[in-house]
Design a protein around this ligand. Structure first.
Ligand code: GCW
Length: 719
């Protein structure tokens, strides 16, 4: 007995000291504030949750297990309601809930919302976690657990929470051979080889983590798709994953390679207007639904970067997506068709191509098609203005696609908190965005369907998850996964507020620690913009692997893959003229936005070089000329990275040794690379500006030739 006790004690020591990050924000360790712990222990005496479905079973197990961890006491099931009972369920599973809540109140919660409320039931103080649907209860349970993990008061709770956006999806760019395109956290977590017979515990923990933040769908495979995943051998594996995820409210989606009828169906064409092709997809859909009755649908990248598509047959994106939509429609499946297209042949500004391609198709898509648009017009740069498509297709439900994986944001070695980026786009230009609708017509309201009255609505994040022990490579990468889910549920949450909850759950509730780390996280997004692409520079990274700076690069097989195409530096100035005098991309925005951006003096300086070719001597608001401002910004970025590094050093006592050291080493890399970006970019741009780097700034410690000579043949993420 004594021996067992000692072993248990040791296990606890290990788990509280050797933190490898695997537990994410779902740690549920003892509440370490003694006073609060006693309060919680009194407030919660047991649970009543009738586990009549797999989802309610999961909710109940989660509640029992996690409360036990948090409260350091055994959580019992109470047959009769007592003071401190948590009463969880739906009107169908719980008489108490059916009696207490009106039908109207429950209906108002929709398919996923929930209520958490302290109330008096037969003169006992209880805590209700109630929903109309089982998954709503699960979401409520996770929300409630979060309150305890973040040390909130729970004596008077009146919470009603309903997601604003219907489809909240992760997009995995995972290949069947387990490499991950733009994945920086190891290999794919889907072990296709051992599926369907072996269910890795990670699949279950993945589902828990997603459910805890309200993510309700996952696209398992890369948009650069492999048609094999649609063969029976793989569909059986997909079914096994769908079965694991179902209780957690997560639907499975697949990417559909447009040429599949040829590759695996042995047809001669994939023409969407060919009846044999249409029939093939119908049968394929029937087959998929025979395995996975709640299959979500297809995500498609077509006629983009070499992928096959309807244009190969002279058909439009609408023809292609509608054909798939017709196959999935009878099963309530949907098609998510990506607008990330730009063609080899088209010589126009790449910025303009998605809009030119898709805007004319507005109104031509089936009801079960969503068009998925990247947040910005180019490609997930550290900062992009919002895509003009968000104002241009009122008859089509548009999904927004963010990239959680940090392809252009330091990959998995830089601490960059992306909530600020997500929020910036979703809140974009409320006043001027849509003149006819006036104030408040934000991108978020396009996305949630409210502005144009769409039933379907969706938001996607390209996953940063891999099989690294801590899931995301960088311990702070977890915060971006977390923030994506939280914002997808409620885009009104603030970046600071989300950081606050994440830090408390992931590390510690120590107020000093929480406040300090929040500052780092919030500063980190602007820092990466500054040390990589200040003032609206974009797409100046290394070719292929997208690692490190390469503003000089001009050897890509197509012009619009070259950094020089985007920055256009010359002896006069730098930046891409997208006004009427240049590519006129600005004309794609509503007049209010276009007007603001086209005028050099009203264009926000953060977007300056996105829209203007600006003379080196042009005076900015700071009083500095453009060259000096560039020097200033690059140095500011480096300074912020160093500041983050020094602040983290002071946090040693608040963090377990393992994660402390991991973050410390990564911050060292981040600082090194920030310096590299600054030096390489300034030295290169200086060859055009011909102006000195002002004396107050650190001088580059290498030559431009040195930076240009660096090669990284095995940098990760190329898939
Ligand atoms: O950002 C670019 C990436 C490609 C990616 C593509 C896309 C999946 O560099 O790796 O391909 O965008 O979004 O389709």
């Amino acid at each position: 007995m004594k021996k067992i006790f000692v072993i248990l004690l040791c296990l606890r020591c290990i788990s509280s000291y050797a933190e490898d990050g695997y537990r994410l924000w779902l740690r549920y360790d003892n509440v370490d504030d003694a006073k609060l712990l006693v309060q919680y222990q009194h407030a919660i005496t047991g649970i009543q949750l009738n586990a009549v479905s797999p989802t309610l079973q999961v909710a109940k197990e989660e509640l029992i297990k996690d409360l036990q961890g948090l409260l350091d006491k055994k959580i019992v099931e109470q047959k009769t309601t007592a003071n401190g009972t948590i009463v969880g369920g739906t009107p169908a599973s719980s008489v108490e809930i059916q009696n207490f809540f009106s039908e109207k109140e429950m209906d108002g919660l929709g398919e996923e919302g929930f209520i958490i409320r302290t109330a008096s039931l037969e003169s006992k103080n209880v805590i209700f976690i109630a929903a109309k649907s089982d998954v709503g209860v699960l979401y409520g349970v996770f929300y409630f657990l979060r309150l305890l993990q973040t040390h909130q008061q729970i004596s008077k709770l009146t919470i009603t929470s309903i997601p604003k956006i219907k489809l909240r999806l992760l997009n995995h760019w995972d290949n069947l051979n387990r490499t991950v395109e733009r994945g920086y956290a190891g290999f794919s977590i889907w072990n296709w080889h051992t599926l369907p017979d072996y269910i890795d515990q990670r699949y279950i923990d993945y589902a828990r983590a997603n459910a805890s933040i309200g993510i309700n769908g996952t696209v398992l495979t890369n948009v650069n798709a492999n048609s094999l995943v649609l063969t029976k051998d793989y569909l059986i594996k997909v079914k096994a994953l769908a079965d694991v995820f179902r209780p957690y409210g997560i639907k499975v989606y697949l990417t559909a390679r447009f040429s599949s009828p040829i590759e695996i169906g042995h047809l001669e064409t994939a023409d969407p207007l060919d009846s044999a092709v249409q029939q093939w997809w119908k049968q394929k859909a029937d087959e998929i639904y025979s395995y996975i009755p709640d299959f979500g649908g297809f995500l498609v990248k077509a006629n983009s970067e070499g992928q096959p598509g309807p244009q190969d047959y002279g058909r439009s994106h609408a023809d292609g997506s509608n054909m798939l939509a017709d196959a999935l429609g009878p099963h309530n499946g949907i098609v998510i068709w990506r607008a990330f297209v730009y063609s080899h042949e088209t010589p126009t500004d790449r910025f303009k191509q998605a809009y030119e391609e898709f805007k004319p198709l507005d109104g031509e898509f089936r009801k079960n098609v969503l068009v998925q648009v990247k947040n910005g017009p180019i490609d997930f740069q550290p900062r992009e203005p919002f895509s003009p498509l968000f104002g241009a297709m009122p008859q089509t439900p548009l999904m927004i696609e963010f990239q959680i994986t940090q392809e252009y944001l330091g990959q998995s070695t830089h601490l960059v908190y992306e909530a600020s980026l997500f929020k910036e786009v979703l809140n974009a230009d409320p006043d001027s965005y849509r003149d006819e609708d006036g104030k408040g017509s934000t991108v978020a309201k396009v996305i949630d369907g409210s502005l144009d009255h769409h039933e379907l609505s969706g938001i996607a994040g390209v996953s940063n998850i891999g099989n690294d022990i801590n899931w995301t490579g960088h311990p702070f990468g977890q915060a971006n996964w977390y923030a994506f889910g939280r914002i997808a549920w409620d885009y009104n949450l603030s970046a600071v507020g989300i950081a606050d909850e994440w830090i408390r759950q992931t590390f510690s509730n120590n107020q000093n620690f929480v406040n300090t780390i929040k500052k780092i996280m919030i500063a980190s997004r602007e820092a990466v913009v500054n040390y990589m692409t200040p003032l609206g520079l974009h797409h100046i990274m290394g070719f292929g692997n997208h690692y490190g700076p390469a503003p000089w690069y001009d050897k890509a097989p197509r012009a619009d893959w070259n950094p020089v195409y985007f920055h256009r530096a010359d002896s006069i100035g730098i930046g891409f003229d997208r006004t009427a005098a240049g590519s006129d991309a600005l004309a794609q925005y509503k007049p209010g936005v276009a007007k603001q951006f086209e005028n050099l003096s009203t264009c926000p300086e953060k977007f300056l070089l996105w829209f203007h070719h600006v003379p080196w001597t042009y005076k900015l608001k700071s009083g500095r000329n453009l060259w000096n401002e560039l020097c200033y910004k690059y140095n500011e970025g480096v300074d912020t990275a160093r500041w983050m590094q020094s602040i983290w050093e002071k946090m040693r006592n608040h963090v377990d040794a393992q994660r402390f050291n991991e973050v410390k080493m990564l911050l060292n890399i981040q600082v090194k690379e920030a310096v590299w970006w600054r030096n390489a970019c300034l030295l290169y741009f200086q060859t055009y500006s011909k102006m000195p780097i002002p004396a107050q700034y650190e001088k580059p410690d290498h030559t431009l030739e040195y930076y240009e000579s660096l090669k990284f043949p095995y940098a990760p993420g190329n898939g």
